[in-house]
Design a protein around this ligand. Structure first.
Ligand code: KIV
Length: 305
């Protein structure tokens, strides 16, 4: 088993300071996708509150609860051997007070299996970030376009196009780095601003919709794989078309079921030992694709040898 990627490993990958390759990170929400991302070799997997949109079908991340993030976190942790696993603190799980933030952060580490946590916000959450890092909970910041503030922003809009807002976002980044964050997601800002932020802080910046000047990138795995058939934002590159390929595969399944092609003999089970008179004679024995005979073992089944 390859060794786990840790917070110090990620922290040390300040690529733009010449200390390593850019960080390639993704989201995942279940064990199978986590296994896929881990097998490909990503550095970190975020169980993002984007699960509210891509898994639950909501129009924003706001309804996601702490219990839901923990549920998906446990699944992702079980599917991951090497990548670092980060949990997204959901809306209003850390904004009310430092005590609330610490209590909920503790729950996410204990119940979600997370190795670090991500929080949206800048200077206004610096105290929370400081207290969390003091008690040993590593924090990834998230600035620029913060989806939990969709109503305040008037939609999912690029942030920091004007000078004043750009300066404010830069100050947020520096405040988070000073407070002890080990990395910062920079979302939905002009590429030159992300580059400026990256040079201003000594921790890795992870961009999404922020150009190529960050120390790493993150994409929602459903976007990356082309599983989102309804949205095609400018910043997303689809590296495959899983949705349309899935539709084609299911259409073939439907045709084969309706046409009596599936299941074939190779997908069917035969009898073991004496054959019952009620069953047709000469029913072929089922085998695995390697030709190994199959048999039922109680509720599950598997090769007999
Ligand atoms: O919730 C999420 O998936 C995120 C990433 C897109 C950064 O915050």
């Amino acid at each position: 088993m390859r060794s786990k990627i840790t917070v110090p490993d990620l922290r040390a990958r300040k690529a733009t300071a010449g200390r390593g390759e850019r960080l390639a990170t993704v989201t995942a929400y279940d064990a199978t996708f986590a296994r896929m991302m881990d097998a490909a070799g990503v550095d970190a997997i975020l169980v993002g509150d984007s699960l509210g949109m891509v898994i639950q079908g909501n129009t924003s991340t706001l309804p996601v609860t702490l219990d839901e993030v923990c549920y998906h976190g446990r699944a992702v942790a079980r599917g991951t051997q090497r990548a670092h696993v980060i949990g997204d603190m959901p809306f209003m799980s850390y904004q009310a007070s430092t005590e609330q933030a610490l209590t909920n952060a503790g729950r996410m580490i204990k119940e979600g299996g997370f190795e670090s946590l991500k929080l949206e916000g800048g200077r206004e959450i610096a105290e929370v970030v400081h207290r969390m890092t003091q008690v040993g909970i590593p924090v990834m910041g998230h600035i620029g376009l913060m989806p939990q503030r969709v109503h305040a922003m008037g939609g999912f809009k690029v942030q920091g196009r004007g000078d004043a807002m750009a300066e404010a976002i830069l100050e947020d980044a520096m405040a988070l780095a000073d407070a002890g964050a080990y990395a910062i997601v920079v979302e939905g800002v002009p590429a030159p601003l992300a580059e400026r932020i990256t040079h201003a802080v000594d921790i890795p910046t992870i961009g999404i919709g922020a150009g190529a000047g960050c120390d790493g990138q993150i994409l929602v795995c459903y976007d990356l794989l082309g599983l989102n058939d309804t949205l095609r934002p400018k910043f997303v590159k689809r590296f495959d078309e899983f949705f349309s390929r899935g539709v084609d595969a299911v259409k073939t399944y439907i045709d084969e079921v309706r046409g009596g092609v599936f299941p074939g003999a190779e997908h069917s089970f035969g009898l073991q030992g004496a054959r019952s008179g009620v069953l047709p004679p000469n029913l072929p024995a089922a085998t695995t694709s390697e030709g190994v005979p199959m048999t039922f073992h109680g509720a599950s089944y598997g090769p007999t040898q």
